[in-house]
Design a protein around this ligand. Structure first.
Ligand SMILES: [Cu+2]
Length: 757
């Protein structure tokens, strides 16, 4: 315990223990050496999705968040084809701390179309750690849910005396349902001290098909519904995508010091959204990062600096259309978002004694955001000015933390941590398309409020300072070789994001564009929002064979959130042209206009997961893997349910391993979603079961994957997929049909090939 491993010994152990698939040839990665050497085992055990598991998914998905779908406690909000949003124990999106190589990206889009994990392709990722229960303060901050720590590949170096190390990789995949196609290439050149590598990936897909027709004939009538082309009745509109990702890494290693530089560039020329009013018709991210990692007598140092710039453009994709075509050319509704993020951080692991580890660190991150909707020439409603949604928004976080990990005796290990964050938010003055009197003749009363809303917003104090304190206390008790218990308590605080605080227009057409829930409703910000404060207690029982041949883990959890940012209805308005009220305050079967508001909430549930070897026969080794997730989310102020809580669900996989073969049959069962958020008119979904077949064969340098997803072509609605607004006149709040959830994909055959050399 606490015994120091010589870094070189650790390197050798690692080089030999790595499967040939993961690490072809003798090579060392200093990151692993530094992390492994002399460190106490972590008091909290995050779930890790590693290289082998990720490689098994290359042919199945190009959505990096989807790599987490077998992690206990995790579910996914549906979004674009390569940008779903992970949820941990009912908390999603900005409520989680999601980092890629230590970089804290923020979705820069009023619909959160570009969340952090969407910037890396699965083939770029070497591992993802998920802290689902209690998050140590060293990996948290400005979040009330868990943390997701994704890392691209660590640099590799030639082993001593090996000379120049060169290796490469090339891969491709195809899926039948949506004609998805993609590929990846990678190359590395390294000496003992220097390493350079490049990885490039691309993926594209058409709209996918559900298991059966789900639309009315009218919805496919191009003259009525107005799309430019005829959609099939089983076609889930606005689900196509195309993405290109590049990553260049340089690294220098000398003794126990590593310096790394990474440059990333991603362009997504098109990603359509079945649960948003708009589509992403270009998103460009440029990023650069520097990292120093060093191992010293006293411990280790990890210093990072990064800069990221995002340019995001939205319009109606080919399945959606402009609301008013008469007397107007259909020019759509362009929307632009640009952001810049600069961050620096330092983290130090100090080994006080062989049984005490002190981890201290500091972080600074400055985020700038502009969100504007260019005026449309010749449009009566969208001009003559640009609509300024967020002007010069800024959100700056400065944080410091300290945590102390202690091994009291062979049975007990504890971790206590304290973190302070100062969050400053601000936004400049705004105006609507029309700064004088709005063109009431076109859309009625609703539009008129552009001027009133802008004046009220501009006159208000918009500068906010939050002092946020996080606290974590955890313990791990090892009863014997087959039983461990982890338990803990945490207080965590998250400040509102810029869209929650500073979107200002109450008009329905503007507010439906400010929606990152995917529920089709309109949202208006609230500068007076307070930070959310969560108190979480969680416990994990871990029964396992001494060698982990079998294991069973159970994690019950409970979270109470003060000032949870939920939504309340806006008052009903009467349309000046028709004289009719929109009944916004009371309607239960239409899309509605909402405003963000602090309320209190509680979430609780249970994760169960396990595996069991079944038999060793001539046909190979058979095993069983299982997973069950149960979550409840309640608004304590209204007594209602929280939005997008995954219903009870279960996964069971029968696995077979024989030589290079790894095959499985997987069953997924999900109950109907009937506990829904009434304030949002959330759509209920039915229960379903799915069956997937997976096969793969690995040689030393070649891997082949093939299989069928949704073998029986079952039709189902995605419980967390939001409201289907994938086609038609999505610009009008209720100009599309209400009440349809987004269907999941029907049967799809897939195949993938990866060659290393
Ligand atoms: Cu967007």
């Amino acid at each position: 315990m606490g015994q120091r491993i010589h870094p070189l010994a650790a390197a050798i152990a690692l080089a030999f223990s790595s499967a040939a698939w993961q690490q072809a040839g003798a090579q060392t990665t200093l990151n692993e050496v530094v992390v492994a050497a002399g460190k106490l085992p972590e008091a909290t055990s995050p779930r890790q999705v590693g290289t082998a598991e990720i490689a098994a998914k290359h042919a199945i998905t190009r959505d990096t968040a989807a790599l987490l779908q077998d992690v206990p406690g995790v579910s996914l909000y549906g979004a674009g084809g390569v940008s779903s949003l992970p949820v941990i124990h009912g908390l999603a999106d900005d409520r989680l701390r999601v980092t890629v190589d230590g970089m804290d990206f923020i979705a820069s889009c009023p619909n959160h179309m570009n969340p952090p994990l969407s910037y890396v392709d699965p083939t770029n990722v070497s591992k993802i750690k998920v802290y689902a229960g209690i998050t140590p303060v060293s990996v948290g901050g400005d979040s009330i849910g868990g943390s997701i720590v994704a890392e691209t590949r660590a640099p590799v170096f030639a082993a001593p005396g090996q000379g120049m190390l060169t290796n490469g990789e090339i891969g491709a995949f195809a899926r039948s349902n949506n004609n998805a196609l993609g590929g990846n290439v990678g190359a590395t050149l390294a000496t003992e001290n220097f390493s350079v590598s490049y990885q490039g990936t691309t993926a594209r897909a058409d709209n996918y098909q559900a298991g059966r027709n789900f639309k009315t004939a009218a919805q496919n009538d191009t003259s009525f519904y107005g799309t430019g082309r005829t959609l099939r009745r089983d076609e889930v509109a606005s689900t196509s995508y195309e993405a290109w990702t590049h990553l260049l890494s340089l690294a220098v290693m000398s003794g126990n010091h590593l310096l790394e530089a990474k440059l990333g560039y991603q362009d997504v020329p098109s990603q359509l959204y079945p649960n948003q009013r708009m589509d992403m018709l270009d998103n460009e991210q440029k990023r650069g990062s520097l990292r120093y990692l060093g191992q010293f007598d006293w411990g280790s140092a990890d210093l990072r600096a990064y800069h990221e710039e995002v340019d995001h453009f939205m319009e109606f994709g080919e399945d959606k259309m402009f609301l008013y075509t008469a007397g107007n050319t259909s020019q759509g509704m362009p929307m632009r978002t640009a952001s810049k993020t600069t961050g620096v951080s330092g983290k130090f692991d100090i080994e006080l004694t062989p049984a005490d580890l002190l981890r201290v660190g500091a972080e600074y991150r400055r985020y700038r955001l502009n969100d504007w909707w260019p005026s449309v020439a010749g449009s009566m409603g969208m001009g003559p000015n640009d609509f300024i949604n967020i002007n010069d928004g800024s959100r700056t976080r400065t944080g410091i933390f300290g945590e102390w990990e202690k091994r009291l005796n062979p049975q007990w290990q504890t971790l206590v941590g304290l973190r302070y964050e100062l969050v400053n938010s601000e936004a400049g003055m705004v105006h609507g398309y029309n700064t004088a009197v709005a063109p009431t003749a076109i859309v009625g009363m609703d539009m008129m409020n552009q001027k009133r809303d802008a004046v009220a917003f501009n006159n208000a104090d918009r500068s906010r300072t939050d002092h946020n304190v996080d606290l974590t206390a955890q313990a791990r008790y090892t009863a014997d070789a087959s039983r461990d218990v982890e338990f803990g308590f945490a207080r965590k605080v998250r400040s509102p994001n810029l869209y929650e605080r500073y979107t200002w227009s109450t008009a329905s057409m503007m507010s439906i564009m400010n929606n990152f829930a995917g529920d089709g409703n309109g949202y208006v910000g609230n500068p007076d929002l307070k930070p959310e404060t969560a108190y979480t207690a969680a416990l994990t029982f871990d029964w396992h064979a001494p060698d982990r041949q079998w294991e069973l883990k159970a994690t019950p959890y409970y979270t109470h959130v003060d000032d949870y940012i939920d939504a309340v209805r806006q008052p009903s308005v009467v349309n000046m042209m028709t004289g009719l009220s929109d009944n916004n305050a009371t309607t239960s079967n239409r899309f509605v206009r909402l405003k963000f508001a602090n309320q209190s909430a509680r979430l609780y549930g249970l994760d169960l997961s396990g595996r069991l070897p079944l038999a060793k026969t001539e046909l190979g080794q058979f095993g069983l893997k299982g997973l069950l997730n149960y979550t409840r989310g309640e608004n304590r102020d209204t007594g209602g349910q929280l939005y997008n809580i995954m219903p009870l669900n279960m996964k069971l996989a029968l696995t077979q391993q024989l030589g290079g073969w790894n095959n499985a049959i997987e069953f997924v069962a999900v109950r109907g979603k009937h506990d829904v958020s009434t304030v949002r008119n959330e759509i209920e979904t039915g229960g379903y079961t799915l069956t997937h077949l997976r096969g793969s064969y690995s040689w030393k340098y070649v891997r082949v994957d093939f299989g069928v997803e949704n073998l029986f072509d079952k039709f189902y609605y995605l419980p967390l997929g939001g409201a289907y607004t994938g086609q038609g006149r999505t610009m009008g709040i209720n100009a599309t049909d209400w009440g349809i959830a987004v269907p999941g994909m029907g049967r799809s055959f897939y195949a993938g090939l990866n060659v290393k050399f």
